[in-house]
Design a protein around this ligand. Structure first.
Ligand SMILES: [Zn+2]
Length: 279
């Protein structure tokens, strides 16, 4: 799709199965299972939708999916299909060398796993050799100093080699990446998470990362149990969603297997209806 002068393509970096209860926090199963029925292991089928943004001769990749460095057991647990973004980029006429900037919304494995590759000799190398990788400083610091609660999501091989080589750069708060693309903090899921705000020729869009991972999470209390600071997520949603409704932003839902993009309308204060937006 086109957001003004920005060409935006949604690339599905593969499926991922996540625990239904963890995806919906305090929302009772009787409510969420109607929308997304779980499998025999209580997992629901999610997607990893990354964005390719092209503008002014620059190619930006927003998040990189789970990549394929982990072992078979890990792939089975999360229903991952060792998938590469290379064929998807090729279908859009690009190679990994053509990516100028990779922006990570945060450094969880299902958002940053595709940042790097493991060679046959076991070396970790950048998946996008010529790209600058951008992430919030706060997110990187937390990822490097993980704790018992978040350790299962942070794998240093996805980001530490890039920081060590200087290929990863750090943002503090809002930052313009290229004209029309701004990183904006969306704290809650992690404190250092950022979304990407796109604005060109009066058209606006927001890549919400894990703040609102699917269109089912638009209602305010539908907040993931994965979130480290759910009350902060609530504040972030209350800040962002009314403005998105008022100004007609296109919203990108990173984990939604069906509605990867939509617009919202505020029917009553903080109650929204979602309308899918096609490609
Ligand atoms: Zn996450």
């Amino acid at each position: 799709m086109q957001i003004g002068d920005l060409r935006v393509d949604i690339i599905t970096a593969g499926p991922i199965l996540l625990d239904g209860g963890a995806m919906f926090g305090v929302v009772p199963r009787t409510l969420w299972e109607k929308k997304l029925p779980p499998d025999g292991r209580n997992r629901i089928a999610m997607s990893m939708n990354v964005l390719l943004v092209r503008a002014g001769g620059k190619n930006l990749l927003l998040d990189t999916g789970a990549g394929d460095k982990e072992d078979d057991k890990f792939h089975r647990i999360y229903g991952l299909q060792a998938s590469s973004l290379v064929p998807d980029l090729a279908a859009l006429g690009l190679t990994p060398e053509d990516i100028h900037v990779v922006v990570n919304t945060h450094l969880h494995f299902d958002h940053a796993g595709g940042n790097t590759l493991r060679t046959l000799e076991g070396r970790i190398i950048p998946a996008f050799p010529k790209a600058r990788y951008l992430v919030q400083r706060r997110e990187f610091d937390d990822a490097m100093d993980s704790n018992e609660r978040n350790r299962a999501s942070y794998f240093p091989e996805n980001y530490k080699p890039l920081a060590d080589s200087g290929q990863m750069e750090f943002l503090t708060g809002e930052a313009e990446i290229i004209e029309g693309v701004r990183a904006i903090p969306l704290p809650g899921h992690t404190l250092g998470m950022q979304g990407l705000f796109l604005e060109s020729r009066g058209q606006r869009a927001l890549y919400l990362a894990d703040c609102v991972p699917t269109h089912h999470h638009v209602p305010l209390p539908w907040i993931m149990a994965y979130d480290l600071y759910p009350m902060t997520t609530l504040e972030t949603k209350k800040r962002v969603l009314p403005q998105a409704a008022r100004e007609g932003w296109t919203l990108f839902f990173e984990h939604d297997p069906e509605v990867s993009a939509g617009r919202i309308e505020e029917l009553q204060p903080f109650t929204f209806a979602v309308t899918p937006v096609g490609p």
